[in-house]
Ligand binder design. Structure first.
Ligand code: BES
Ligand code: ZN
Length: 460
């Protein structure tokens, strides 16, 4: 089928501003999946996404789960054409710390060609490009060149706990030739990318309890175990001064970075000095013997995500806190198993926990890393589509973030995913002042419109 390319381009030009306004409607909904008080907002976001598919005449529904609902939609059948499953998420991370936002997180605001709002790039804006590209085809050609299915969930930012079961139970409904996700980044401004690897994750909270209530640190300190002291010792033991993780057996299954791949990464021309300037740091840190890109993309890491104990109010207070806790996570690389790491971590922390302290280790979520094959016709099709949308051939990169469903799709459906990110590294995902470049939003829609055509040609 011939792409009505001039007609699509014209449609995208004429409707671009409306697309932005519609995206802003979705961005105003505070669909924070981690916070129970936002349950109604989550539902509203799901219904809003559903409304988009209804307008397109797709078969669609909001499906309740034990957690947040899933939106599923399907375009009218195009006999003989390939079937593409688009995944995205309408949930967002908490906007904290609120006072660091220049404009409020749920009041989308344009500055310097960027749309600022929580979820603008991760993932509402990126996900929406694949809805608007479908709209452009339907309103110009009257039909799509491929069969499209959409699975838009509301629990990605909290580990997609209920999605695995849904995918497992709905294999037939989700059957497809290829999966497309836009929830990653380009390599740099002006340099689009296809991501062929994502890290896995294993996320924990260590809770320590000492005396039954807070105590005077002068009267009792030094004679009673202090949970905050114990916590920092235990957590500090996780990584050594060479940036190596000390959980027993942690590196046993790590797939080494092949020399050829290291060379590929080196050729991308990553600039450490630029990176440091962007982040406002005077030095970089990490595992000894690896470059910044290797550390970020292909080596496992450990980061504390939150620390809580004792007095955090104004001024000083001499207290021996009764409790202390830390949230921390490991980013995993291919062949590491989150369950194995949890078991080893438990053993290690139990040994480190001093007398007088009770410990509880909560495992929140775990997902393995993924690497997708580079030599498929789908990759080639995606590369051509991106070149048409962005005016430049994409480079192939790995990234350090995780999208739990990618490994689930591979395992349950036996289908690979194309990770076509329209974001930028400085989009402030999960941080204050998250943004999405509006030009990238429109280029993403265009690339997506071309993608449907490119993919239709693969299986007839
Ligand atoms: N969009 C991100 C993942 C991402 C970000 C991939 C940047 C590549 C580059 C996604 O929404 C995300 O943040 N996922 C979580 C998953 C976790 C909660 C299981 C993550 O990586 O922290
Ligand atoms: Zn995301």
């Amino acid at each position: 089928m011939n792409a009505p390319s001039p007609a699509i381009d014209k449609y995208l030009d004429e409707n671009g501003q409306r697309f932005e306004e519609e995206l802003c409607q979705l961005l105003r909904i505070e669909s924070v999946s981690a916070v129970a008080a936002h349950k109604a907002d989550i539902q509203r976001a799901a219904e809003w996404v559903l409304g988009q598919f209804k307008t397109l005449g797709f078969a669609c529904e909001v499906i309740a789960t034990a957690g947040h609902p899933i939106v599923f939609a399907q375009s009218p059948t195009v006999a003989g054409a390939a079937t593409v499953l688009v995944y995205g998420h309408y949930d967002v991370q908490p906007p904290d710390p609120l006072n660091e936002w220049i404009s409020p997180p749920f009041e989308p605001t344009v500055r310097d060609g960027n749309l600022y709002a929580r979820g603008s790039t991760d993932d509402k804006g990126q996900m929406f490009t694949h809805v608007k590209s479908a709209e452009a085809w339907i309103r110009t050609a009257g039909r799509l060149p491929v069969n499209l299915k959409y699975l838009i969930e509301g629990e990605e930012e909290v580990g997609s706990a209920n999605l695995e079961k849904f995918v497992d139970k709905n294999r037939q409904r989700l059957a497809c030739d290829i999966i497309v996700i836009s929830d990653t980044s380009q390599f740099a401004p002006g340099q689009p990318a296809i991501t062929y690897g994502l890290k896995g994750i294993a996320y924990f909270e260590l809770r320590l309890a000492g005396p039954s209530q807070d105590l005077h640190s002068g009267v009792f300190g030094g004679a009673v175990a202090n949970p905050a002291n114990a916590l920092v010792r235990m957590i500090a033991a996780l990584i050594n001064e060479r940036g190596q993780i000390q959980v027993p057996g942690f590196y046993d299954d790590v797939a080494p970075v092949a020399q050829a791949e290291r060379e590929q990464m080196r050729k991308l021309g990553f600039d450490d000095a630029d990176f440091m300037r962007q982040l406002g740091v005077e030095a970089l840190a990490g595992e000894e013997g690896f470059t910044t890109l290797e550390r970020r993309w292909a080596r496992p890491t450990c980061d504390i995500n939150g620390l809580t104990s004792g007095y955090q109010g104004e001024g000083s207070k001499t207290v021996l806190p009764a409790r202390a806790s830390a949230k921390f996570s490991f980013r995993l690389v291919p062949n590491q198993d989150p369950a194995k790491i949890e078991a080893s971590l438990r053993g290690m922390l139990a040994k480190l926990c001093p007398p007088g302290i009770k410990m509880d280790l909560v495992a929140y979520h775990g997902t393995p890393a993924v690497v997708v094959p580079l030599d498929s016709p789908y990759m080639a099709a995606a590369s051509r589509a991106i070149e048409k949308g962005f005016g430049k051939k994409p480079v192939f990169i790995r990234e350090g973030g995780s999208i739990p469903v990618v490994s689930t799709f591979h395992e349950k459906l036996g289908v690979d995913t194309l990770l076509l990110g329209w974001g930028q590294n400085d989009d402030n995902t999960h941080s204050p002042n998250e943004k999405f470049c509006l030009a990238d939003f429109h280029r993403g829609i265009k690339a997506s419109a071309h993608l449907w055509e490119e993919l239709s040609a693969i299986r007839a």
